[in-house]
Design a protein around this ligand. Sequence first.
Ligand code: TZP
Ligand code: MG
Length: 212
Amino acid sequence: MRIDLPKIYPLTDARLSGLSHAEQVRRLAAGGATLIQLREKHSSPREFYVEAEEALRAARESGVRLVVNDRADIALALGADGVHLGQDDLPPAAARRLLGERAVIGFSTHSVEQARAAARLPIDYLAIGPIFQTSSKENPDPAVGLEGLRRVREAVGRIPLVAIGGVRPENVPEILRAGADSVAVISLLLAGGPSEIEGRTRAILAALPPEP
Ligand code: TZP
Ligand code: MG
């Protein structure tokens, strides 16, 4: 129930990238991503299901794990690798009952208090954010900053921790130093347009600080 997270965790965004979720998965995987989250805030559940089915095929072909944002039902129906839940989605314990012990379940938090409570839930990782200001999320909570991230790490113990929100290439080392195991990104990899996704992914992975 606790996973070994890759240091870079890309999320898809169809509007920003101008690509299907499947095509984003192919390009992110080609650049070296190993865990990808499908995030779709504008389609109907039915449309998202169809897109996610195609994306899961692409993920399997590329050998990457795929987590579905918000929708435990879609993750279950497709046999995806897991689900990423927000504070207003199905409670993590209910998703765990649906998806079973082997599913990856991630949970978003936006404050030290939420993170402390989340650490007791049956989840594989928790996310904290936004770390910095972001334009990839509607109505984001206030940014917690690097200091907030440090306080979350202190509050939650060793649970795998993902930092998200407004991350730029130069911030990655300080975010990892502040206690995150992984950095989740949307615009960093997708905002340059389709032709840049693979190269940006490769570059961010190549620039990671060496393991201590
Ligand atoms: N949750 C908190 S911030 C955010 C989500 C989904 C958006 C992150 O996108 P970006 O472009 O990396 O700031
Ligand atoms: Mg959600």
